[in-house]
Write a protein that binds this ligand. Structure first.
Ligand SMILES: [Zn+2]
Length: 320
């Protein structure tokens, strides 16, 4: 048996990052503003339990709940997990424990970090205390972390609280960030490598003979691997398009511009591309276009008209 040598499959870091802005209802607003004042607020449910962190609706009855109470800064660890390698943006930059803490007076757990020298110094049932951040802004990070506390069992009494503070926090911006190592797989590696030679190479299904571009490695209709490589294009036909009027961050393209589905000659699937070299309001279905390669020659930057007559609708109607 012989094997065909395969080019190395591509891998690259991919970061998805965005700020998520959300408004706070009256309960979350009181909770976060309270933290700025070193005050931990919970909310009483219809059956008399105290939820910390508080929520707006009773998880059992779905009743709206607004009965705020203040609980203690001390509590008990109910469960924990050791985090040996803190990541960017986590509460501490040295190894720490994630802990679920039931604060004295509360009936539910608050998730946060416990500053401890090692996993041997953490246990369920351990008494802990809030370490407040020096600068507090009305965010969960106003609790810097928990630290071990040896002052003994605390009072479980709670004090009613109006939840009213000066200058309440009404919204937060939560930064979301996901770090991936992305691999496009064998088929798209071949596709990307061919693009660097200014060739567009799809793959054909051995069963239905459709040519997929970009290839995903299998035919979604027949459920079999696509094995034959087929060079398509370079020219193609606009099958449908839209006019973009919204500016995208990190994209230096003058508005408005046209983004289109383009069926490259020989392909049985349209791909996406930007159309330029023609006024945006003259782009039309059936327009014949060809790729204009990026400065580094690694991918089509956009497509421009070839000057050929428009394609007949019947030639691309199945590809819209
Ligand atoms: Zn097929």
């Amino acid at each position: 048996m012989t094997t065909t040598p395969q080019p190395e499959v591509l891998r690259a870091p991919l970061v998805v990052e965005f700020p998520f802005t959300r408004s706070l209802g009256p309960v979350q607003s009181a909770f976060l503003t309270g933290l700025r004042h070193r005050t931990v607020l919970g909310v009483r449910t219809t059956d008399g339990r105290t939820l910390v962190p508080p929520v707006e609706y009773d998880p059992v009855t779905a009743d709206e709940i607004r009965d705020l109470v203040q609980v203690a800064e001390t509590g008990t660890v109910t469960t924990w997990a050791w985090n040996p390698e803190p990541r960017r943006g986590q509460p501490l930059d040295t190894p720490f424990a994630w802990v679920l803490v039931t604060l004295d007076g509360a009936d539910t757990g608050l998730l946060h970090a416990l500053d401890a020298p090692g996993p041997d110094a953490v246990r369920t049932g351990q008494r802990v205390r809030i370490r407040w951040a020096e600068e507090r802004t009305g965010a969960i990070t106003d609790i810097a972390c928990f630290e071990p506390d040896d002052s003994g069992p605390g009072s479980t009494r709670v004090a009613p609280h109006t939840g009213e503070f000066e200058d309440p926090v009404t919204g937060i911006v939560a930064h979301a960030r996901l770090d991936y190592t992305y691999s496009p797989g064998g088929a798209q590696t071949r596709y990307i490598n061919a693009l660097a030679d200014n060739r567009t190479v799809g793959e054909r299904c051995p069963s239905c003979h459709k040519v997929y571009i970009p290839p995903r490695g299998a035919c979604p209709t027949c459920g079999v691997a696509t094995t034959d490589q087929v060079e398509v294009g370079p020219a193609g036909t606009v099958t449908t398009y839209c006019i973009v009027n919204v500016k995208a961050k990190n994209l230096d393209i003058e508005l408005p511009y046209v983004y289109a589905h383009i069926a490259l000659d020989g392909a049985d699937l349209a791909l996406h591309g930007r159309i330029a070299g023609i006024p945006y309001d003259q782009v039309r279905m059936g327009l014949r276009v060809e790729p204009v390669w990026s400065e580094d020659g690694r991918y089509p930057d956009h497509y421009r008209p070839t000057g050929e007559p428009d394609a007949d609708y019947d030639t691309y109607k199945e590809l819209i």
